[in-house]
Each structure stands twice: as C-alpha cells, then as structure tokens.
Design a protein around this ligand. Structure first.
Ligand SMILES: Cc1ncc(COP(=O)(O)O)c(C=O)c1O
Length: 428
C-alpha cells in the first residue's frame, strides 16, 4: 500500500521534494507525542513534522477550536474585520517584547521572511542584506537569496545583494578555536570590516539557533554585540524565530533573548509551531517599520479564521501549561542523557542546542569529516526502534535533529533516549 503511494508520489511530485527513509513513511494519525503509520506501527515523534507540532498531536483544545470555527466560517479574507485574527495579533504583539508592535499574518515562514525583507529593504531603501553562513530562511526566490546553505540553494539569482557574515556556527570555521569572548570579538571585527566596504545594508537576518543548518548557534550575546554595530549604521535586525520561537529553547520564549542585552530585534518572523500544523506564519515589527509600505499588500489566506482559531487555542494551551518550562526541564534531562551517550561514541562530534531543540553531529571517527551515511543509518535504526527524529546540517546533513512537541514527558524522553542509544550502537 505504502509502496504504491511512494510510486505515485515519485511519478507526480517534483524530484527535489525529498523524503526521509529508504521506505518512506505514511503517517496517518497521531496523539500526544506519538504517531502511527499506515501499517499500524506506533512511533514516538521527536521531530513533530519539522518542529511544527508544537504542543501535541490531536490536542483536544486545538481540535475543538478548529472544528467549532469550521462550523461557523473558514475564511473571509483581509477585506473584512476578523475577530480571531485581531485577537491572535494582540496576543502575539503582547508576548513579542517589541514596543508598539504590529503583526502581519502569512501562511508560511517563507512568506513571513519575504515580508520582513520587503519591509526592511523599503524602509532602508537598500537591497543589500546581511545573512549568516549556514542559514536557511525558506524556499521563495528572495528567501533562497539569503540562504547560506548550498544544499538548499537551487539558484544564485537573487533580487538582493547578500553578504554572508561569520558567527552562526560556533565549532566550525576560522574562529572555531577561539574562546567565546574572542569568537564574538572576531565576528564583530569581521562585520565592521565588511561594512566598511559596502553600501549600507537594509538588515541583518539571522536564526538565533540555525534549524536546517543542524541546530548550530553562536555563543550567547553575539547578536547583541552585532546589534551595537548595526545601530551605528541604522541597519535593522531581523530575528527568524520560525524554529526557535514560543519557548522551544527552554530558557527563553524567543531565541533572540539569548542575545537581548541590546534590546529586541526590529523585526521578528515566526511560523511552524504556532498553528500546531495549521498554516500560520507572520511578521512582528515596530509600527514605524511595518507601516512604511505606501501601496496595498495582502495575503489572501494569511490570518484566515480557521488558522487563527487554532493558533489562539494552541498559544493559550502553551502558556497555561508552561510548556516553555517543560522544554527547559525535560530538554535539560534529555541533552544530559545524550551527552553521556556521546561520550561513549567516537563518531559523535558534538551534542548541542537548548530546551527541546537538540542536535547531535556525527563524524567519521578520528577525523572531522561529516558522516551523512551514518546519520541516515541512525534515522533508519531509530525508526525501526519506534522513534522518529530529523537530520540537517550545512556539512553534508550529518547532524541528527531532535525536536519533540513541547509537552514531552520525562518518561517519553527516557524512552526516546534509550531507542536512540540502541540506534547509535547498532550503527557504530
Ligand atoms: C528558520 C526557518 N525560516 C524559514 C523557514 C521557511 O518556513 P516554511 O517552510 O514554512 O516556508 C524555515 C523552514 O524550515 C526555517 O527553518
């Protein structure tokens, strides 16, 4: 049955729409932190459909909000007042940390970042943008133009002039051997040098923890140090919180808060987890920036009632159940457990991340070379043991990515770690 679906997938969908696993999986339903495939096998889900099932699968509160809303109206467009959209915008503005915040809803992270680029380039009258090496911000023409990851850059044509900055990856690259303070100083010096050679850029866009890049990040405070330099030129700071937002990193509600010493970003983009699977993306910006466009701009599906109802119920659940605190506690246990496993495995280069966003980078033992074959083998072995995880990384996709729903229990974290331990052992 699944084989037949795979054959049909391959004949009608694009070749570049990659699937996980030698025999790809058809997930038919889920509950809590578990999903089931078409053959009836049950899995612990440590990837949440790319960090998108944020609270839990089939969360009754979200299901009820969606079905109640579906019975009233699904969509009316942005031409009419929309109560769920205004309510979610108010909640998002309130938790954003951005003063005088305005919120614009889109249907994806890509479109959110496109909007941020439109705002920043218009506000600053510059099409030069600073982005990080190893970054990923989406699949549209402009988002690909700020993607510093070869594996996700199908074209080098771009409406933007992009300059890639050092610092998104702590343990690789020319500054890897420096201390945290020296690393930050070197990245700042490089940025200052770059700015001395270019027309003033519109913005710096950065993921606080790089998602597709394999959950890599700079030392805390790098973006605060960058911010001081950017401020001197009037360059905007855009934080792409598509993966890191809503408490996933445990210690902070937003990833940028690990770099918040110089104040909040000018623009924050979000997507994935807020809708728990419903298509919600969005941009938050100070009103002065958000309102700089002098022509109409809409998103037909952005902020539609059905998705906003899901977002409101999902955000309410997240806050009322302190899932950020849960991510900190359970994620802390999980990362310690994985670090203990890694100490026994010469093929693990690094266990990194925070909260429930944990990366395990694999290398060929005795070298510093990526081991994408083992990463693929670990994914298969984990699946066979009943655990779904992801992978990523700018260095040949050799980082395992672990990002369960934020309601993960301690028992489930233990169970997942045990399955991963077996998967790592069996592939050494
Ligand atoms: C950090 C980041 N930004 C933007 C995007 C693009 O979001 P979407 O796939 O919803 O367009 C992604 C998707 O993985 C992402 O990880």
């Amino acid at each position: 049955m699944t084989n037949d679906l795979y054959a049909r997938h391959r004949s009608v969908l694009p070749d570049w729409l990659a699937l996980y696993y030698e025999n790809p999986l058809e997930i038919t339903h889920g509950e809590g932190r578990h999903v089931w495939d078409a053959e009836g096998n049950k899995y612990l889900d440590f990837f949440g459909g790319i960090l998108t099932t944020m609270t839990a699968h089939a969360l009754p509160e979200v299901t009820k909000a969606v079905s109640d809303q579906a019975g009233r109206i699904l969509h009316s467009s942005t031409l009419y007042l929309n109560r769920p959209m205004v309510e979610l915008a108010e909640r998002v503005a309130q938790v954003s940390g951005i003063p005088d915040a305005r919120v614009f809803f889109t249907t994806s992270g890509t479109e959110a970042n496109d909007t941020a680029l439109l705002l920043a380039t218009t506000y600053r009258r510059s099409n030069t943008v600073l982005a990080m090496r190893n970054s990923y911000h989406g699949r549209s023409f402009s988002a690909v133009g700020i993607t510093g990851n070869r594996g996700w850059s199908p074209t080098s044509l771009s409406p933007l002039q992009t300059l890639y900055v050092h610092g998104g990856v702590r343990t690789r690259g020319p500054y890897a051997s420096l201390s945290d303070a020296e690393f930050i100083a070197a990245c700042v010096e490089d940025l200052e040098d770059l700015l001395g050679h270019t027309r003033p850029p519109a913005a710096l866009i950065a993921e606080p923890i790089q998602g597709v890049g394999g959950f890599t990040s700079p030392p805390d405070g790098l973006y605060a140090a960058f911010r001081e330099v950017l401020n001197a030129y009037g360059i905007l700071w855009i934080a792409d919180e598509v993966q890191t937002g809503w408490g996933r990193t445990g210690e902070h509600f937003w990833g940028w808060q690990a770099h918040g010493q110089s104040g909040p970003p000018d623009i924050v983009t979000f997507a994935k987890g807020i809708g728990n699977g419903m298509s919600i993306g969005g941009v938050i910006a100070r009103s002065e920036i958000m309102n700089c466009l002098d022509a109409n701009s809409i998103s037909t599906f952005g902020g539609t009632q059905i998705t906003m109802a899901a977002g409101l119920a999902n955000l309410t659940y997240l806050l009322e159940h302190d899932l950020q605190g849960n991510a900190r506690r359970v994620g802390g246990l999980l990362i310690e457990r994985l670090r203990a496993l890694a100490a026994q495995d010469p093929g693990v280069r690094e266990v990194r991340g925070r909260g429930l966003m944990i990366g395990v980078e694999l290398i060929r033992p005795g070298t510093d070379q990526a081991d994408p074959e083992r990463a693929a083998a670990v994914l298969e072995a984990a699946r066979a043991g009943g655990l779904l995880i992801g992978k990523g990384g700018g260095h040949n996709t050799s980082a395992l990515r672990i990002a369960p729903p934020l309601s993960l229990t301690v028992a489930e974290a233990e169970e997942g770690a045990a399955i991963l331990e077996n998967a790592l052992r069996s592939t050494q």
